[in-house]
Design a protein around this ligand. Structure first.
Ligand code: ADP
Ligand code: 5GP
Length: 198
């Protein structure tokens, strides 16, 4: 059995990453969404162990010390981190893994696991991003402004990613992500067993 691949998805808060990833997970059965640890409070409707593994700062720091994270970062006042164990277990059984992480975490993965494909998801416009963040109704106007500021900084790194997907409609964004994942499995390096066996 071939090992799965890990894919990094980054993009501004509110661009629609969770929405498009939910649809992508329905489309591709062999996909595992890495559930991050976070110190931020759950939003209404978010479930522990489904959206995030929620924990206090002391517990998070303990896990950093135990080297349990593949990467971690501070984002707008909270910690977020990717538990290493689940990612590796999923890849071992042949599943592709999606990491929905911000840019500092993406850089750490680039260092530790070079060649990990990175996909940036962008909004069709800044006005639309602000509308989505506001209409989601989960953040105070002050937090929306902080996230928008951070989004503009993050956008400046978009050109360093391997792929750039605009989430205009969910359907087109999902179709592009689906195509990218498929294409990444068509690299000769992924098919050396077949190539060298003929
Ligand atoms: P993120 O995970 O990037 O923070 P969400 O998936 O929570 O973003 O989406 C933010 C808001 O934008 C949600 O209310 C969601 O329903 C809406 N949304 C997501 N994608 C689209 C889209 N393509 N068109 C319009 N609204 C969208
Ligand atoms: P939110 O609070 O909107 O769910 O997420 C805020 C930001 O944290 C998003 O950009 C999201 O991609 C990022 N994020 C979520 N989980 C992780 C993680 O495990 N590591 C890092 N570095 N960023 C994460």
């Amino acid at each position: 059995m071939q090992k799965g691949k890990t894919f990094i998805i980054s993009g501004p808060s509110g661009v629609g990453k969770s929405t498009v990833l939910k649809a992508l997970l329905k489309k591709r059965s062999n996909l595992y969404f890495s559930i991050s640890a976070t110190t931020r409070e759950p939003r209404p409707g978010e479930v522990d162990g489904v959206h995030y593994r929620y924990m206090d700062v002391d517990t998070f720091r303990e896990r950093i010390a135990n080297e349990e994270f593949l990467e971690y970062a501070e984002y707008v006042g909270n910690f977020y981190g990717t538990p290493k164990q689940y990612v590796d277990e999923a890849m071992e059984v042949g599943q592709d893994v999606i990491l929905d992480i911000e840019i500092q975490g993406a850089l750490q993965i680039c260092d530790k696991r070079p060649g990990t494909p990175r996909i940036f998801i962008a909004p069709p416009s800044w006005a639309e991003l602000e509308r989505r963040l506001t209409e989601r109704g989960t953040d105070s106007p002050e937090k929306v402004q902080k996230r928008l500021l951070r989004a503009k900084v993050e956008f400046q790194t978009a050109h360093t990613y391997d792929y750039f997907v605009i989430n205009d409609t969910v359907e087109t964004a999902v179709a592009e992500l689906d195509a990218i994942l498929t294409a990444e499995h068509c690299k000769p390096s992924d098919r050396m067993e077949i190539i060298s066996g003929r």
